[in-house]
Design a binder for this molecule. Structure first.
Ligand code: ADP
Length: 478
């Protein structure tokens, strides 16, 4: 079983969101189960080649987008896990500070070309016999055309298409069709908006389709948050559609050995957690009070992460002495509103507008509660990190959030789960969190249960292995 894992982002090299974390740990977890695992990703300008020991592989070539030839060069990096990572270098497309967006948060105007190029290079490497694989695991719309390209040129090679988020359809216009090989034009379907969608193509043409939790799979099959056309594509794919909840890298995200923390701790001795709270509060310039809860949040700043609900209820809790720490970047309006709160309550509210990996780890370790009231959430990783760090997650019951966090009732539960999605219900949930905070025995029990949950890749990687087997026709569905 020779697998090619293709992804637009991958930790520790490049990261914009959860896809990077999954791509940075799932191939490692699968590498001992399959015969060969190669991951391939763009060589973005920000990737530190020296740090990650990424070197030229001695392979170069070029692919046509329309009538223009774009060169590429392949670089290689080895991971201890046995996974080979190939990087595609083309400075015109990838040597920029951002992965998908300009500094102001706006997507690059040539994102379609950038990811068409990515996929066409993969096809070129296969055609040249440099990559010989049995199955290509594609991820999100950036790679959604590969199942189509494979059907056309390598019908014997199977494909998996994993939906990490349905929100990004990868639309491209009729005009942009000329950038793609003629052979596949007829295979593509116009959407109701008279565009093409790389996401829907992935769903239509992949041998198997999955998403990152059973809860989100069920929601998509039921058409929740989907337009009619997208729902029809999902329904048509129902026979090959499944949900596998994400795992996490439990070495990198470990309160016992986190490289970014100066105090470590475990479920039986939580004293280090309090030291992290103190360090976090000091670093953020807030006032430390051991008897006041601290709510943390790390997120892309987008509407669907629930920021407007949080902003609606924040003041109520600030007035009770609660502190908030936010880390995120994205929507300038959300950033502005958070900024305003920091100006009004400088001793209690902190917001860093940016991407900051060390601070993200400290927030996970040092907060009492983690706010994640997403309107929808395919899987969500931060609630999993929070469980592992004993930081009680507060989540809306949706997608992967509802699947991975159990609501607290005396004697059971790992977090606070609420529904429906509105500010009043979030406020109730946060009030329950306050009750829990002051109920020391219950709080300790919730934290310990949370920390003892197992969201390593152990179980989920074996499910992906079964999915690969199904796609390859090596086994039959139970
Ligand atoms: P999504 O993929 O929708 O962004 P996830 O919860 O699945 O949401 O994953 C987000 C990942 O990105 C997490 O690892 C989170 O810690 C990280 N992240 C998001 N924003 C930031 C930021 N501003 N700084 C550091 N890490 C961030």
């Amino acid at each position: 079983m020779r697998i090619l894992f293709i992804t637009a982002e991958m930790t520790p090299y490049s990261k914009a969101g959860g896809l990077a974390d999954v791509a940075g740990s799932l191939p490692d977890a699968l590498s001992s189960l399959v015969d060969s695992m190669i991951a391939i990703t763009p060589l973005y300008g920000k990737i530190d080649q020296t740090l990650h020991k990424i070197v030229p592989h001695g392979i170069s070539g070029g692919v046509y987008l329309d009538s223009r030839l774009y060169p590429y060069e392949i670089f290689i990096g080895e991971r201890g896990s046995g996974v080979t990572v190939l990087f595609i270098k083309n400075d015109h497309f990838y040597n920029r500070p951002g992965i998908y967006t300009e500094a102001n948060g706006e997507g690059f105007s040539d994102n379609n070309e950038r990811f068409f190029f990515f996929q066409l290079v993969v096809m070129d490497l296969m055609k040249r016999g440099i990559l010989e694989v049995d199955l290509v695991h594609t991820n999100d719309y950036h790679t959604g055309l590969l199942p189509v390209l494979l059907k056309s040129d390598f019908p014997e090679v199977k494909s998996i298409y994993t939906i990490h988020n349905f929100l990004y359809p990868g639309h491209f216009s009729k005009d942009e069709l000329r950038l793609l090989p003629r052979e596949i034009h007829e295979m593509l379907t116009l959407t109701q908006w008279n565009n093409y969608s790389a996401l829907l193509e992935g769903i239509d043409h992949a041998s198997r389709v999955n998403t990152v939790s059973q809860g989100y799979a069920d929601e998509l099959l039921a058409g929740e948050n989907l337009d009619e056309n997208s729902h029809r594509h999902v329904e048509d794919a129902a026979g090959k559609f499944s949900g596998i909840v994400n795992g996490i890298d439990t070495d990198y995200w470990s309160p016992m050995e986190d490289q970014y923390l100066s105090s470590h701790y475990h479920a039986e001795d939580l004293s280090g957690k309090e030291s992290n709270k103190q360090a976090l509060i000091e670093q953020c310039g807030l006032n430390y009070a051991s008897d006041k809860p601290l709510f943390g949040s790390i997120s892309r700043l987008v509407e669907n992460k629930g920021f407007y609900l949080i902003l609606d209820v924040m003041e109520y809790f600030v007035k009770q002495g609660v502190q908030f720490v936010f880390l995120g970047s994205g929507d300038p309006n959300i950033a502005k509103s958070l900024e305003e709160m920091t100006q009004r309550y400088p001793d209690q509210v902190f917001f860093e507008n940016g991407f900051n990996e060390p601070l993200a780890h400290l927030i996970e370790a040092g907060s009492d509660f983690f706010l994640m009231p997403s309107r929808f959430e395919p899987c969500g990783l931060n609630q999993l990190y929070s469980l592992r760090y004993g930081t009680i997650p507060i989540v809306n019951r949706t997608g992967g959030l509802g699947e991975t966090v159990d609501d607290w009732h005396p004697g059971c539960g790992t977090g606070i789960v609420f529904e429906p999605y509105d500010a009043e219900t979030l406020q109730q949930a946060m009030k329950r969190a306050m009750d829990l905070y002051y109920n020391l025995e219950e709080k300790r029990a919730v934290i310990q249960r949370a920390m003892n949950e197992d969201y390593s890749w152990r179980v989920s990687a074996s499910k992906y292995y079964e999915l690969y087997q199904l796609a390859l026709g090596d086994c039959h569905e139970a």
